[in-house]
Design a protein around this ligand. Structure first.
Ligand SMILES: [Zn+2]
Length: 273
């Protein structure tokens, strides 16, 4: 179904020595290592949420301290522990008790899981691990921005494009003609679809999928579109039937595309093993 992805020749990097050390330590050390990697990923997930929520509305993310969006109370250090803070306060603000959007919790969990998967599949290839972590992190930021504001800022798309091109250049084998054919086919297909179907697919989604096609190739991108469309359609119907959400409404497609890209990539790795 999928072509085998180009893997860099296994190198004994510092990451490789780390994994060798873990293997020698047995099952206990392996579990401790994965819990550590998961929480490390969750900390980054918390930071990506800040980027995705603040940058689109031009809110400073370096000097403005984290605060509750309802009561504006500045969060203390004890409120900033990913996952634990959310769970210990039962998903509510510790100061005004208003329910916190599950987005914060979900992005921390997703980042933790993706960090573990990246380590599992790329433990011997630090460069691939870092470049893919950069690409997937940007996908998370894009998903959050689209979910909250129904827009994907161009600066996020440009950074993603930079990450994708950089990753392709460090891969041992990159089929550039195939990559550009994928880009051309996907972009043409979606561009003309967006022209034909007014209020169909948005311009940001066309750009995002074009970049993903450059990163993952034509066939996986078609699977990404299929999976994202199916999951978005299911979510749309579920919210309409369960919560009575109106049929005439805009649905952010970015989160479904980002999640599908991650799922298809790891499914591809599993299938070629
Ligand atoms: Zn509050």
């Amino acid at each position: 179904m999928f072509s085998k992805p180009a893997h860099k020749k296994i190198q004994q990097t510092s990451c490789g020595y780390y994994s060798q050390f873990i293997r020698q330590g047995g099952i206990v050390l392996t579990i401790v290592a994965y819990i550590s990697i998961f929480y490390f990923g969750a900390i980054f997930g918390s930071f990506f949420t800040v980027l995705g929520t603040r940058i689109p509305i031009k809110e400073n993310f370096t000097t403005t301290r984290s605060h509750c969006v309802h009561c504006q109370h500045t969060l203390q250090t004890k409120d900033l522990f990913p996952i634990f803070s959310y769970v210990s306060h039962h998903g509510k603000c510790a100061y005004c008790a208003v329910k916190i959007d599950a987005l914060y919790f979900a992005s921390e969990i997703i980042s933790g899981v993706v960090a573990c998967l990246l380590y599992y599949f790329y433990e011997t290839d630090l460069l691939q691990l870092v470049t893919l972590a950069f690409v997937f992190s940007l996908l998370l930021v894009i998903a959050i921005a689209d979910y909250l504001y129904l827009l994907i800022p161009d600066r996020f798309q440009l950074l993603l494009l930079f990450g994708v091109v950089f990753r392709q250049t460090v891969l041992p084998v990159t089929d550039w003609p195939a990559a550009f054919i994928s880009l051309f086919v996907i972009f043409s297909l979606l561009f003309f679809t967006s022209l034909a179907l007014q209020d169909g697919i948005g311009g940001g989604d066309v750009k995002l999928l074009s970049i993903l096609s450059l990163a993952f190739g034509l066939e996986p991108t078609l699977f990404i579109i299929l999976l994202a469309s199916f999951s978005a359609g299911s979510y749309f119907l579920h919210t309409h039937m369960a919560k009575g959400s109106p049929l005439q409404r805009r649905l952010p497609f970015g989160p479904f595309l980002a999640a599908s890209a991650v799922v298809v990539h790891f499914a591809q790795l599993l299938l070629v093993r």
